[in-house]
Write a protein that binds this ligand. Structure first.
Ligand SMILES: [Ca+2]
Length: 211
């Protein structure tokens, strides 16, 4: 590093090309560092606590930064039983109640006309996999200045997830509609006519301008 300092740049015996290689390496390393643990699909992740590291697994409160809702039982808690990055993730458990609904959301300002991507990494809980009809869905609700929804984009409801590897659920490169000033982005778990069972893990969520 001393070679890059003003005092070292002109020293004899240090070829210019070597300094340039080091400069390029520094840029590459900075780019790699910027993407560690983040999703490569967005330029800046606007979500707070997107890796679910900011709350304790024993905390009964909603995960830091997230709004939590449910039609009956609470089934969204931080766990240290799995993680894609960091040491924790979200465990999302079915309520076992017909047509039950629950989820986590965050609300933020957006710019109409810009393209956004919303993504989450998901894995079935091998110790307690999903059973019955249980669907996971990502949704972006676009709101106008009066707080009314003007449009929404969402993934198709998915209920089959690997128990051995993380897979991505993604709303990719959607344009914020005219009149939208804010977005409520959420991950939702809902159950069929007979309710469902089991859990899945969620980690490394991201919402931001699409790359
Ligand atoms: Ca994590």
């Amino acid at each position: 590093m001393r070679d890059d300092q003003p005092g070292g740049a002109g020293r004899a015996g240090i070829p210019k090309v070597r300094r340039e290689v080091k400069a390029v390496l520094a840029v590459v390393l900075a780019l790699i560092a910027g993407s560690v643990g983040a999703q490569p699909d967005v330029s800046t992740n606007f979500l707070s606590n997107w890796s679910f590291e900011a709350s304790s697994p024993k905390d009964p409160a909603p995960p830091d930064g997230w709004q939590r809702y449910t039609t009956s039982k609470i089934g969204a808690f931080i766990t240290a039983d799995a993680s894609q990055s960091g040491k924790q993730c979200l465990r999302f458990s079915a309520q076992g109640i017909p047509r039950a609904f629950q989820g986590l959301t965050q609300r933020m300002e957006i710019v109409s006309g810009e393209k956004y991507t919303f993504v989450a990494s998901v894995m079935n809980d091998p110790a307690d996999p999903l059973k019955g009809v249980v669907h996971l869905q990502l949704c972006i609700e676009w709101l106008n200045a009066e707080g009314r929804e003007v449009f929404r984009n969402f993934t198709s409801p998915q209920q089959t997830f690997s128990k051995t590897r993380w897979t991505q659920l993604m709303v990719r490169k959607v344009k914020a509609p005219p009149g939208a000033v804010c977005a409520v982005v959420g991950i939702h778990l809902y159950e069929g006519e007979r309710g469902g069972k089991g859990s899945l893990f969620v980690d490394d969520m991201a919402f931001g301008l699409a790359r």
